[in-house]
Design a protein around this ligand. Sequence first.
Ligand code: NAD
Length: 358
Amino acid sequence: MTVSTDTSFVYFSLPGRVVFGEGCLSTLPQEVQALGAQRALVLCTPEQRSVAEQVSRQLGDRSAGIFDQAVMHVPIETARAARARAAELGADLAVAVGGGSTIGLGKAIALDSGLPIIAIPTTYAGSEMTTIFGITEGGIKKTGRDPRVLPRTVLYDPTLTLSLPIGLSVTSCMNAIAHAAEGLYAPDGNPIMGLMAEAGISAIARSLPSLCANAQDMSARTDALYGAWLCGKVLGHVAMSLHHKLCHTLGGTFNLPHAETHTVVLPQALAYNTPAAPEAMARIARALGSTTAAQGVFDLAQRHGAPVSLRELGLKATDLDRACELALENQYNNPRPLGRVAIRQLLQDAFDGRRPLV
Ligand code: NAD
């Protein structure tokens, strides 16, 4: 976006403190103290129990305990159990160490009780930067925005991402790029979010070759996490469009994995929106160092071994008609109007993993 006399926009910024850098986890006790908390409940998935124990040890007397049952999509039963645990332990803070699922669990507690959150992200999903929450009840994921769920402090320590497997690192990076890409054509975008989006995409695209060559490359991990922060920040400040709507539909109804679904759908959603958002697409392509936005994200994913088709993710061809119907319901704002035939074709292309033509 160039700022000229006919440019007008609204800008706001969500509050929040960010501590970034290799080894910054060691500052957690000071950050907890700065919030005046005495009894922190540490949240994690069962798989990340050991990192939660490390965090809990670091907190010493200020750790109230660990709740290690975070799972994808925040089932209401898990949220209730975590809320009960927090109340029983008299927790005055949640420390969520993990990816979007763990941070989502922290948000579910905060939504109910206003408990402050310190987030320590270990993936690139970006939830720590948004007021967006999601809770799944009876197979239906309800999402919304509420300022109470925004973490007060976020510690981005790239050391904690070294253990993220390369496959999930790549798809999680594509998930982050999706936030920034849609931010560039969001109806409520603004020049600051545009700068963050471009810088975020560029940092991630730059990191992936080295990260895939060596998962322990600290410089690449730092670039990727820095990019994820910027992309998450964009998601926190703008409306989502077609791409996120498709991913929510596919993830929620067909139980497809979150980051992988974003990876597969993004090139097709960008191709769909290309005629209606040429300036945004040019900026995405520039940030990727590619000729076009849609081909750029497709190639980035494929070159780094990520899935490119919904078929690979386990969707059935017979699910595509239903997915199309759901995508057309409760539409999100989108630069190009949604047409049934064109959206069905988009889903077919995503199913087949076709490289976009634009
Ligand atoms: P995740 O949190 O589900 O983690 C996936 C797996 O990776 C888990 O088993 C986890 O334990 C493991 N893991 C995470 N970090 C690791 C590490 N450093 N080393 C080894 N293993 C690690 O995955 P995600 O993609 O981060 O989050 C997906 C969820 O987040 C979805 O439910 C999605 O809807 C939500 N999300 C929400 C927002 C928001 O703004 N509310 C934004 C993005 C994603």
